[in-house]
Design a protein around this ligand. Structure first.
Ligand SMILES: Nc1ncnc2c1ncn2[C@@H]1O[C@H](COP(=O)(O)OP(=O)(O)OP(=O)(O)O)[C@@H](O)[C@H]1O
Ligand SMILES: [Mg+2]
Length: 310
């Protein structure tokens, strides 16, 4: 089975700006791929190139084996898209919107069933301009599913949704994968990527700075596991010369980085013998968001240094 998406040395320039500066990745069929990065990193630009909505400047892109720009007509029959800024005619109702989309694709869909899937059946007859922000987004997702797509491109589908509505969208994404579809998911909610994605790529200033499964990225770029005490900084001063491990104190917490699990015992013994009180202790490990913030931050510091030197 061919890869669902294959991208090699993809470049998109807007005048001087390389919004996408030579990226490579593949997305396996039937998986959830999450594309992450700060504002302006190049996510929507890449997504719209893959959707056949913008042409690339350089490189190759294959989506379902097609060239998204030259084979756009066939591609649009086989993919579903929610744009980042989904809008629709103000007076149309969700039921009419789905009937309209289905007619474009020459197919029949039961609007109420499709709206039920995104928990919007109760608004089937409401005018678009009376829907809440989250309800509009759910309609966008329902429309993206109207043509029974092989790949769903979801550009920030959960932005602005309440926690319950977000979870409802997560369930839809899981069910899309269970049906064998491929999901290309852009999000600023790192927890969402960690929960849903098989593979993740982090893009910054048009370049991919980390890629892999969420746990591979955390293992490669996360800090070592820490033992964390709620305690005064005096505890850090006591431990530092005694445990031979990196110790830091911040926000009423003392963190000790563990080189190996058995270090925990040594640290606990030292804490006991210090006599310094602590409220509780726990192990702490980096999640995808910790890694994202550090990687993007480090890269921006590097950029600043280069600019300062120039
Ligand atoms: N049509 C355009 N003309 C000129 N510059 C553009 C155009 N579209 C996007 N850009 C620039 O390209 C860069 C990448 O934009 P893009 O929309 O891909 O970012 P993004 O990663 O989707 O960001 P966000 O998280 O804010 O949605 C930005 O610097 C943006 O200003
Ligand atoms: Mg975007």
């Amino acid at each position: 089975m061919p890869e669902a998406i294959e991208v090699e040395h993809l470049v998109k320039r807007y005048g001087e700006l390389a919004a996408v500066a030579g990226i490579d990745f593949t997305v396996r069929s039937g998986t959830v791929f999450s594309f992450l990065g700060p504002n302006g990193a190049g996510k929507t630009t890449t997504t719209e190139i893959l959707e056949g909505l913008r042409n690339r400047t350089e490189g190759t892109a294959r989506v379902l084996g097609l060239d998204p720009w030259t084979d756009a007509t066939e591609l649009h029959r086989r993919i579903g898209v929610i744009p980042q800024d989904f809008r629709f005619f103000e007076k149309i109702t969700p039921r009419e919107a789905i009937e309209y989309y289905a007619s474009l694709f020459n197919t029949r869909r039961d609007p109420v069933e499709l709206l039920g899937r995104v928990q919007l059946a109760d608004k089937a007859g409401a005018r678009f301009d009376t829907l809440s922000g989250g309800q509009k987004q759910k309609l966008g997702l329902a429309l993206a599913l109207t043509n029974d797509p092989e790949i769903c491109f979801l550009d920030e589908p959960t932005t602005g949704l309440d926690p319950t509505a977000r979870r409802a969208i997560w369930e839809v994404i899981r069910s899309l994968k269970a049906e064998g579809r491929t999901v290309f998911l852009t999000t600023h909610y790192l927890e969402e990527a960690e929960l849903l994605a098989d593979q993740v790529a982090i893009i910054n200033h048009g370049r991919i700075i980390a890629a892999g499964t969420p746990s591979e990225i955390i293992a490669a770029h996360g800090r070592p596991e820490r033992l964390r005490f709620q305690a005064a900084p005096a505890l850090a001063d006591y431990l530092r010369p005694r445990v031979g491990l990196p110790v830091s104190a911040e926000d009423g917490r003392v963190d000790v980085e563990l080189a190996r699990p058995s270090d925990a015992l040594k640290v606990l013994q030292a804490v006991e013998s210090s006599g310094i009180p602590y409220d509780n202790f726990a192990t702490a490990r980096d999640n995808l968001e910790d890694v994202f913030v550090r990687l993007v931050g480090q890269m921006d510091e590097g950029t600043l240094k280069t600019e300062g030197a120039a």
